[in-house]
Write a protein that binds this ligand. Structure first.
Ligand SMILES: NC(=O)c1ccc[n+]([C@@H]2O[C@H](COP(=O)([O-])OP(=O)(O)OC[C@H]3O[C@@H](n4cnc5c(N)ncnc54)[C@H](OP(=O)(O)O)[C@@H]3O)[C@@H](O)[C@H]2O)c1
Length: 121
């Protein structure tokens, strides 16, 4: 498949790039010649990606659960990228695969659809 990136796509931020889909997105963009800022909470988990694409990958330590910290880290990275990124892959997160009762027990929340709608706990 040919590239869909244009000359305007020179910089990107990929959140959650230390494994899985985020790492794959970062690799794809670095291969296309994009300068990629990659984020994770644990920077050492980004070392191998950085080593594979020297000069193309810039690690950013960012925990999306820490709102002000994440905003500050994003601001610093965007400034390095010239003010804003051309592309954003907002991928960080995790999935839970379980039955609803098991999920409820693990999360400590009442995750019934009615409670999601009412944000009751
Ligand atoms: N894989 C699937 O089949 C699938 C299906 C549907 C949706 N998704 C969604 O796609 C995304 C990636 O999935 P994946 O399977 O590739 O996940 P993964 O391999 O577990 O990778 C998750 C990434 O997110 C980072 N991360 C987790 N919590 C974070 C936080 N609070 N702040 C910043 N970074 C955080 C992790 O890095 P650190 O731990 O180093 O921070 C890691 O780089 C997730 O949002 C997931 O919900 C995946």
């Amino acid at each position: 498949m040919g590239s869909r990136l244009s000359a305007r796509h020179r910089t990107a931020l990929v959140t959650g790039a230390s494994s899985g889909l985020g790492e794959a997105f970062a690799e794809m963009l670095a291969t296309e010649g994009v300068q990629v800022w990659v984020s994770a909470r644990q920077p050492e988990r980004l070392d191998s990606l950085r080593a594979r694409y020297p000069g193309r990958i810039i690690p950013v330590v960012l925990d999306l659960a820490d709102g002000p910290g994440a905003e500050a880290a994003f601001g610093r990275a965007a400034a390095q990228a010239g003010g804003m990124f051309d592309l954003l892959v907002n991928n960080a997160g995790y999935g839970l695969s379980a039955t609803l009762p098991a999920w409820r027990a693990r999360s400590g929340r009442n995750n019934s659809p009615r409670c999601w709608a009412r944000r009751c706990g």
